[in-house]
Ligand binder design. Structure first.
Ligand code: OSB
Ligand code: MG
Length: 370
C-alpha cells in the first residue's frame, strides 16, 4: 500500500437555522452549529468530515466550542503532514489525547472519505456494504395533536416506513396506542432521552403494550442496572443511544446484558473506525444496530448512510431527506427520499460534494492549516 500525506486541513464553522424548532424535554434546538472538515492529500484529493456536537452540552458533554478548541489546539497538529497508508491511522495518532470523541470523529470521517476517494471507490463498497437502498426514517415531535397527525400523514405520503416519536412525562399512552394502531404501514420507535430514570421502571411498563417496535434510551447514560432490570421485565426491545459513547460502552452493554439494540452514532463514538469495530462486536454477539441521527448536515449524514449498508444494521435509521430539517443543505446533490428509501451513490467516497455557495452563506469562522 502506497503512503500518502495529509498536506492541508480546512475547518468551516457553520451556523444554520432549522426550518422549525426541534423540541424535546431536554432542549429546543432552533439553529445548528457545525464544523465541516476538509482533509487534503499531496495529490489534492479532498476528504470530508463533520463534527456533530451541539452548541451547549444538553445531549453530550462535548460542544462545538470544545471540539473547535480540541481540533485547533491538539488534534490537527497531531495529524498534519503525517504519512498514512490506512484511514484508521488518523484515530490511532489521536490516541494520546483523552476523550474528545466527537472532535476526533470529524477527522476520522474525513480520513475515510479521503481514502475512498484515493481508491476511487464508494465508501459503502469499501466497507463491503450489502445493500445500496437504505430505509429512511423520520422523527416527529410534539404532543399527539393535529400537528402530529400532519407529520405522520406527510411521512406516509413521502413513503417513510418508520417514525420516531419523542416520549416524556406528559405522554398519553392511550393516545399513543390508538395512533400507532391507525398507521399499520409505519413502524413506531419511541425515544425517551433518559426520562424514565426519574419516572421509574413502572411508568415505562405502561408503554409495553403500545405497539412500539422498540424503546430508545429510557434511562440516563450510566444507569446500567436499570437497563439490566428493564431488559428482563419488558417485552418491547430496548435500544441504547446516549449510553453508547465508545466501543467500550458496547462491550459494557454486552457484558451486562443491558438492552437489546445499539443506536450507532458515528459522530459520537469517535467516527467510522470505531463504528466498524462496534459493528464487528455486534455481529459476533448478534445484536442488531440502527444508525442514529443528530439533526446533522449532509456530510455526516452521507457517512452514516454508507454505514447503514452493513449487514448488522437491521432497522431503519434516523435518515430523513435534506429538506426535512434544512431549507438548504451544505451538499450537492441534496439527500433525497424516494419510496421510503435513499439510494447510495456510485460516486467515490461519500458521493456528495460541498456546496460552496451554501458554505459561504452559513460560515461564521474558517481556519486553514498547511
Ligand atoms: O436522541 O436521537 C436523539 C436529535 C438530536 C439529538 C439527539 C437525538 C435526535 C433525534 C433526531 O432524535 C434524529 C434525526 O436527526 O433524525
Ligand atoms: Mg435518541
Amino acid at each position: 500500500m502506497v503512503d500518502y500525506m495529509i498536506k492541508e486541513i480546512r475547518l468551516h464553522r457553520l451556523l444554520l437555522p432549522l426550518k422549525r424548532p426541534f423540541t424535546t424535554h431536554l432542549q429546543s434546538v432552533k439553529e445548528r452549529e457545525s464544523i465541516v472538515v476538509e482533509m487534503i492529500d499531496e495529490e489534492g484529493a479532498i476528504g470530508l468530515g463533520e463534527c456533530v456536537a451541539f452548541s451547549s452540552p444538553w445531549y453530550t458533554e462535548e460542544t462545538i466550542q470544545t471540539c473547535w478548541d480540541a481540533l485547533n489546539n491538539w488534534l490537527i497538529p497531531s495529524v498534519l503532514y503525517k504519512r498514512l497508508s490506512r484511514p484508521e491511522e488518523v484515530i490511532k495518532m489521536l490516541q494520546p489525547i483523552k476523550g474528545n470523541h466527537m472532535a476526533k470523529a470529524a477527522l476520522d470521517l474525513a480520513s475515510w472519505d479521503l481514502f475512498a476517494k484515493r481508491k476511487n471507490r464508494p465508501l459503502w463498497q469499501l466497507f463491503q456494504g450489502v445493500r445500496q437502498q437504505i430505509d429512511a426514517g423520520i422523527v416527529a415531535t410534539g404532543p399527539f395533536d393535529d400537528c402530529m397527525i400532519k407529520q405522520l400523514e406527510n411521512a406516509v405520503t413521502q413513503g417513510y416506513k418508520r417514525v420516531k416519536i419523542k416520549i416524556d412525562a406528559e405522554t398519553d399512552v392511550e393516545k399513543l396506542t390508538t395512533m400507532i394502531s391507525q398507521y399499520p404501514s409505519l413502524q413506531f420507535f419511541a425515544d425517551a432521552n433518559g426520562i424514565f430514570s426519574w419516572l421509574g421502571i413502572e411508568a415505562l411498563r405502561n408503554f409495553d403494550n403500545a405497539g412500539l417496535t422498540l424503546i430508545e434510551q429510557p434511562f440516563q447514560e450510566d444507569d446500567w442496572a436499570f437497563y439490566q432490570e428493564a431488559s428482563h421485565i419488558l417485552k418491547t426491545p430496548i435500544a441504547l443511544d446516549e449510553s453508547i459513547r465508545s466501543v467500550d460502552d458496547v462491550k459494557r452493554m454486552i457484558d451486562l446484558g443491558a438492552g437489546q439494540i445499539i443506536v450507532l452514532k458515528p459522530g459520537r463514538v469517535g467516527g467510522i473506525s470505531a463504528s466498524l469495530q462496534i459493528h464487528e462486536l455486534a455481529q459476533k454477539h448478534r445484536i442488531p444496530i440502527w444508525i442514529g441521527g443528530m439533526i446533522e448536515l449532509g456530510i455526516s449524514k452521507a457517512h452514516n448512510l454508507a454505514l447503514a449498508s452493513l449487514p448488522q444494521v437491521q432497522y431503519p435509521g434516523d435518515f430523513s431527506a435534506s429538506n426535512h430539517f434544512w431549507e438548504e443543505d451544505i451538499i450537492t446533490p441534496f439527500i433525497d427520499v424516494q419510496k421510503g428509501q435513499i439510494t447510495l451513490t456510485n460516486q467515490s467516497g461519500i458521493g456528495y460534494e460541498l456546496d460552496e455557495n451554501s458554505i459561504a452563506n452559513y460560515q461564521v469562522d474558517y481556519k486553514v492549516y498547511r
